[in-house]
Write a protein that binds this ligand. Structure first.
Ligand SMILES: Nc1ncnc2c1ncn2[C@@H]1O[C@H](COP(=O)(O)OP(=O)(O)OP(=O)(O)O)[C@@H](O)[C@H]1O
Ligand SMILES: [Mg+2]
Length: 279
């Protein structure tokens, strides 16, 4: 159901990938809604379809079926020519802060690039705005002329966020944006995302393995298994009484001291399974 409060409504989304053995269905009739200014978390084990959904939402791939209503416009079927003017309004931060920044550009140019693409012709204005954005995400002025290889993972993530924010998007899709980072760095990036939401009312679709992070940032959560939604609702409710074994395991893993050191629940579950197997 969509209301004027709805920014994103995904309905019966299906994505199939062609493979040598025939088409595989990565996302199978997934439906969820994100109200403006809120944050929805997608969780689920590896291969459950989270990134595929994210890529479909920002139309890096064309869905096989279903609707992606972004502020009332169905992105699912829109040709690229009509998507282009909308693209600045939905942006994505990628899973890997190491691979997603152009190694040849300075931080300043990386952030200014989307401004150029979205039609800010004045170079001085682009430079000024890029500097403001880098400052906003907590990078020092001395960082502006450095290239990605000269930054830590957390700093690169901040550059990615600054770049995504350059076009003042309504929706930011974060694909495990912080999972490659250690927990204290994750916490600071999370804090930044929350501050930005409070300031701008930006809406988030966040993919996460770390349940602590899900709890901190999301109002609603969708749990996926094998491309299907197996559980969804308000984050507090789902985490308080999860009905799915996966969600329960995820919750248990989030309380594990190793999880606090930043390991993924999947590894923890395997580790626990081994520990409990009689010799
Ligand atoms: N380009 C592709 N071609 C064929 N199959 C793909 C492709 N990308 C993903 N898949 C398959 O689609 C399913 C969903 O993958 P997806 O990357 O969306 O999962 P995920 O939930 O993001 O996993 P992870 O937590 O490991 O990032 C998996 O079975 C995967 O093997
Ligand atoms: Mg993924």
């Amino acid at each position: 159901m969509t209301t004027p409060d709805t920014l994103l409504h995904v309905e019966d989304l299906v994505v199939t990938y062609p493979t040598p053995g025939g088409a595989t269905t990565a996302v199978d009739r997934v439906t969820f809604t994100i109200p403006r200014g809120s944050a929805l978390a997608l969780v689920g084990e590896s291969g459950s379809g989270k990134s595929t959904i994210a890529h479909a939402v920002v139309r890096l791939l064309k869905p096989t079926a279903g609707r992606i209503l972004f502020d009332g416009t169905d992105l699912a079927t829109l040709p690229e020519r009509r998507l282009r003017p909308l693209r600045p309004r939905f942006q994505m931060i990628f899973q890997d802060p190491y691979g997603s920044l152009d190694p040849h550009l300075t931080a300043q140019d990386i952030v200014a690039e989307p401004l150029r693409l979205s039609g800010t012709r004045d170079r001085t204005a682009r430079t000024r705005r890029a500097a403001e954005l880098l400052d906003r995400v907590g990078l020092p002025a001395s960082a502006r002329d450095r290239r990605p290889s000269e930054f830590s993972g957390g700093q690169r993530q901040r550059i990615g966020i600054a770049r995504a924010l350059a076009s003042s998007p309504d929706l930011l899709v974060c694909d495990e944006a912080t999972s490659a980072l250690d927990v204290s760095v994750q916490a600071r990036v999370l804090e930044l995302l929350r501050e930005l939401q409070a300031e701008t009312g930006i809406t988030y679709l966040v993919i996460a393995h770390n349940l602590g992070l899900v709890r901190e940032i999301s109002t609603d959560v969708v749990v996926l298994r094998s491309g299907r939604v197996v559980e969804q609702g308000r984050t507090a409710d789902v985490l308080a009484s999860p009905t799915e074994p996966y969600t329960r395991d995820l919750r248990r893993a989030a309380l594990d001291p190793a999880a606090i050191r930043g390991r993924k629940p999947r590894e923890l579950l395997h580790a626990r399974g081994r520990a409990h197997t009689p010799a």
